[in-house]
Design a protein around this ligand. Structure first.
Ligand SMILES: Cc1cc2nc3c(=O)[nH]c(=O)nc-3n(C[C@H](O)[C@H](O)[C@H](O)COP(=O)(O)OP(=O)(O)OC[C@H]3O[C@@H](n4cnc5c(N)ncnc54)[C@H](O)[C@@H]3O)c2cc1C
Length: 474
């Protein structure tokens, strides 16, 4: 259902140039860029002020973007490399035009954020040097952009959830109807509405409908407010759904994480050890690729194929490495034992299986140089599954075990958009006055996820959408 301009049912009507729905990185970037372009935007945020910032505030908000070698990483990263990485990891299915736009604008957008006062540091270790991390994390990024909005006098309407698009008789999007603390209000926007209100990861009904039965019990890593209304209201108005609606972003989480809004509780160090299932058997190639290219698919493997929970096992050779601690924020202490048999008893798995698994694994390791910064080819031979890189024996007690599971961060399905972030309808036509940005855009991620790509996606397309909508206003 959509609303027509001037329709009854609203207790108040407000007029702006641009209405931005959602205040994560995408919406904040859209609102700032619309205001910088001279328009009068409003930011509509469903959460209360204390819960503002969407998924973005829970994230470290690391970003990949093209750059030259610098103090944070020894290698150049080009637009073409980024493009190739994103296309390869989507198995060639991502929309080439959108990915090209993302890669070509990522560096300028990162510099724009720097210009607004963002300070950077190196990203997680062993991520091939392309990640950069805001020093203040996602929360700091959100606060920085809010300060910028405040400085430009842009109003933010908290506890205001968009319900429906306002569409005129010529099918142009004229604004958005919202549920606010005042009651139902209509916010008209001459330049357009930017939907930057996330995916449907916090909506259990949509999760089960699109992802499958298992998806009702997933740990929700980020915001409870991303419940899919932006997608549903756009589709109701004729927008074309696009991208991989049956897949999602996840991470290998400490299984003891809180069930909702747990934030960064992921293990980013599993490539230094092995995974075993509840029977004490390995079930995937932990060294298949860089961690940034495997954590999403491994987490889904654990949830969907390994019975929901598994264990990550290390010895002291891994556990004592300086980067081990940097790549894991413990939810609780790991299990530790002087022998594998004792560890198995604590884990509640058959000790003979664990001894057999580790014995076979250790015996299969081939000689070679161990180097976590490259695919070092230090591998196993003759066992299935293999470990293709970074295979060191687990033989230095005490042994360490951490329970792991998957979770959901955001959904991959979204709206069909062009490179100006304009939403496309089911006939293939631009929907005048309607934009999407961030998680609400489809056709960017498929099957898997190239680490550190979602915040930069939000910033790039948010900025583009805000500027474009500002250009239509007046
Ligand atoms: C723990 C964690 C770690 C992560 N780490 C990284 C990382 O390091 N690098 C990276 O690239 N990505 C990371 N991600 C993913 C990334 O943070 C998000 O995908 C990205 O920030 C999404 O930005 P967004 O603006 O599209 O959505 P969000 O930041 O989720 O913002 C959406 C906003 O819309 C609001 N909203 C929802 N519905 C409505 C409605 N009907 N009306 C009004 N407002 C509404 C929500 O309240 C929210 O504020 C991480 C995510 C999590 C949870």
């Amino acid at each position: 259902m959509t609303v027509t301009p001037g329709a009854p049912g609203a207790i108040a009507r407000y007029s702006f140039d641009v209405a931005v729905v959602g205040g994560g990185i995408a919406g904040l970037s859209a609102a700032v860029s619309a205001a910088e372009a001279g328009a009068r935007p409003v930011l509509i945020e469903k959460a209360p002020r204390t819960g503002r910032g969407g998924n973005t505030r829970f994230a470290d908000a690391q970003m990949r973007f093209p750059h030259e070698a610098d103090e944070f990483g020894p290698r150049d990263y080009s637009v073409d490399q980024m493009f190739a990485d994103l296309m390869r990891i989507s198995r060639g299915r991502a929309n080439e035009d959108l990915i090209r736009t993302l890669c070509e604008n990522a560096r300028a957008t990162a510099e724009w954020l720097t210009g607004l006062g963002l300070e950077w540091e190196a990203g997680y270790p062993h991520t091939a040097g392309y990640r950069r991390s805001p020093k203040s994390g996602g929360q700091g990024l959100v606060d920085l952009l809010h300060r910028r909005l405040e400085g430009m006098g842009v109003p933010v309407s908290y506890e205001t959830g968009a319900l429906d698009l306002i569409v005129d008789e010529a099918r142009r999007v004229r604004g958005v109807r919202c549920a606010s603390p005042e009651g139902i209000v209509d916010i008209e926007a001459s330049g357009g509405v930017v939907l930057a209100c996330g995916g449907f990861q916090a909506n259990v009904q949509m999760r089960v409908q699109h992802l499958g039965r298992f998806a009702d019990s997933l740990i929700l890593r980020g915001s409870r407010y991303n419940t899919g209304e932006g997608l549903m209201m756009a589709i109701a108005a004729g927008a074309q759904p696009a991208g991989q609606w049956g897949d999602y972003h996840s991470a290998v989480l400490d299984a003891r994480s809180p069930r909702i809004e747990c934030g960064v509780t992921a293990l980013y160090n599993y490539q230094m050890g092995i995974f075993v299932d509840q029977e004490g058997r390995r079930f995937l190639d932990e060294g298949e690729d860089f961690r940034d290219h495997t954590y999403v698919k491994f987490s889904k493997h654990i949830v969907e194929q390994a019975g929901g929970e598994a264990w990550c096992l290390f010895d002291q050779q891994a556990y004592q490495r300086e980067e081990f601690a940097r790549a894991w924020r413990p939810v609780g202490p790991p299990l530790q034992a002087a022998s594998l048999a004792d560890l198995a008893r604590q884990m509640g798995i058959p000790a003979e299986n664990l001894l057999d698994t580790v014995g076979n694994f250790n015996a299969a390791i081939q000689p070679g140089d161990y180097d976590l910064d490259r695919l070092d080819g230090k591998r196993t031979l003759g066992i299935a599954p293999p470990k293709s890189n970074w295979a060191l024996p687990l033989d230095q007690p005490p042994y360490v075990a951490i329970p792991v599971t998957g979770g959901i961060t955001f959904t991959f399905g979204g709206l069909k958009c062009d490179i100006s972030a304009r939403v496309i309808d089911t006939r293939g036509h631009v929907m005048e006055g309607l934009y999407a940005a961030g998680e609400t855009i489809g056709e960017i991620f498929y099957y898997n996820y190239p680490g550190a790509s979602s915040v930069i996606r939000g910033a790039v397309f948010g900025r583009i959408a805000g500027a474009h909508a500002a250009g239509r206003s007046g």
